[in-house]
Design a protein around this ligand. Structure first.
Ligand code: ZN
Length: 377
């Protein structure tokens, strides 16, 4: 198969009028071409490391149908790989969600070509009771070795990322267990100081979960974790790019500080994403979605209804990103962070995980491993 007369965004260059050939699920040729450009652009498919739900479904539903709905909903917005994200809950509820993902990883009925469902992001429950955000506070707890090894077993190697609060009791042991299991450690829902954050990074933490949200803020004489995350070159930062969780000006500041290679756009999407206003559940709590904001009864933000195409549009507007920077923050950095060497960039030999957009970043088609899983045509 060949995509012709498209703009192609590669790590090295932007080909204004090119063709991209796909065979056996992989990109086999990228070249310049002649003829009238279509006005369409091919980007690496978006990769979302933090996504609870979409299309009315939630990872915690723990059913194959829920995973299929989440994947289908976000594929329509250009996502080609995602981490199904759990929430702070009972042992039984988390175990069921993990086992469900493990059982259906690679299933063609869930992610076209089998690659859309990339694994699990375990968000909580080993977080700070002082920074729950919308995580149900009644289930926040300290690290329990037996419980966590049960989850690693239930996940069967599919647990790719954890959000934890390193300063809580057992934090060091938890970091060691994650390092041993190859789980990317993202610090979040945390009360950590700057020094505690540096200590966690020294032990192997490599990411910040939704930077700014559910962590101590910054005062110029009491920095908290944020300046550490922004400036430590070993760390990448997740940012919810919806404009509700972090103001556009602060997103621009973060991009300027962290740079194109350490900024990871995420949605933190909940069930309402792709589904419109209404009443939903998150972690067992009622969430109201109205005017693009998802909130608990007390007004706490409860995930987003963001999709990655809108995140890309927002970041282009707020940070002045060009095509290559868009690819970097919506795909390449997440792939690099996860060690997914076969996706996240348009290069010969990589999986044909790609999204075709118009000039306004409206998704026209989404391909996972060369298979078209969404198209407006
Ligand atoms: Zn969170």
């Amino acid at each position: 198969m060949e995509l012709r007369n498209v703009r192609i965004v590669t790590p090295e260059q932007v080909i204004e009028n090119g063709s991209l050939s796909i065979a056996s699920g992989r990109i086999v040729a990228i070249r310049e071409t002649t003829g009238v450009p279509s006005g369409l652009t091919v980007l690496p498919g978006f990769i979302d490391l933090h996504i609870h739900g979409g299309g009315g479904a939630d990872t915690m539903d723990a059913t194959p149908e829920a995973l299929a709905t989440i994947c289908r909903t976000h594929a329509a917005h250009g996502t080609t790989r995602l981490l199904a994200t759990t929430i702070t809950q009972s042992d039984a509820a988390i175990t069921a969600a993990l086992a469900n993902v493990a059982r259906h990883m690679g299933s063609p009925s869930i992610g076209g070509g089998g690659g859309l469902l990339g694994g699990i992001h375990l968000e909580g429950p080993y977080i700070s009771p002082g920074k729950p955000g919308a995580q149900p506070k009644e289930f926040v707890r300290r690290y329990d070795e037996a419980e966590f090894s049960g989850w690693l077993e239930a996940a069967q190697g599919t647990m790719r990322q954890i959000t934890l609060a390193s300063e809580q009791p057992g934090g060091e042991a938890l970091i060691a267990a994650c390092n041993a299991a190859g789980v990317v450690i993202s610090l979040g829902h945390t009360d950590a100081t700057a020094d505690q954050t540096k200590a966690a990074i020294a032990l192997g933490a490599r990411q910040a979960t939704h930077l700014f949200n559910a962590m101590n803020g910054t005062h110029h004489r009491n920095p908290g974790p944020i300046p550490v995350f922004m400036t430590d070159l070993r760390v990448r930062v997740e940012v919810i790019a919806d404009g509700h969780h972090v103001a556009p000006e602060v997103i621009a500041m973060t991009y300027a500080a962290a740079g194109a290679k350490r900024f990871i756009a995420i949605t933190d999407a909940m069930a309402g994403a792709g589904n419109g206003d209404g009443l939903y559940k998150l972690g067992g709590h009622d969430v109201t979605v109205a005017n693009g904001r998802a909130t608990l009864a007390d007004g706490t933000l409860a995930g987003s209804v963001l999709t990655m195409d809108q995140a890309a549009r927002n970041l282009r507007a707020w940070c002045g990103l060009g095509w290559q920077e868009i690819a970097q923050v919506t795909a390449t950095n997440a792939a690099d962070q996860q060690g997914w060497l076969d996706t996240g960039r348009l290069e010969v030999g990589k999986l044909a995980d790609l999204v075709i957009v118009d000039e306004d970043l409206n998704v026209q088609a989404t391909y996972v491993a060369g298979e078209c899983i969404y198209s407006t045509a």
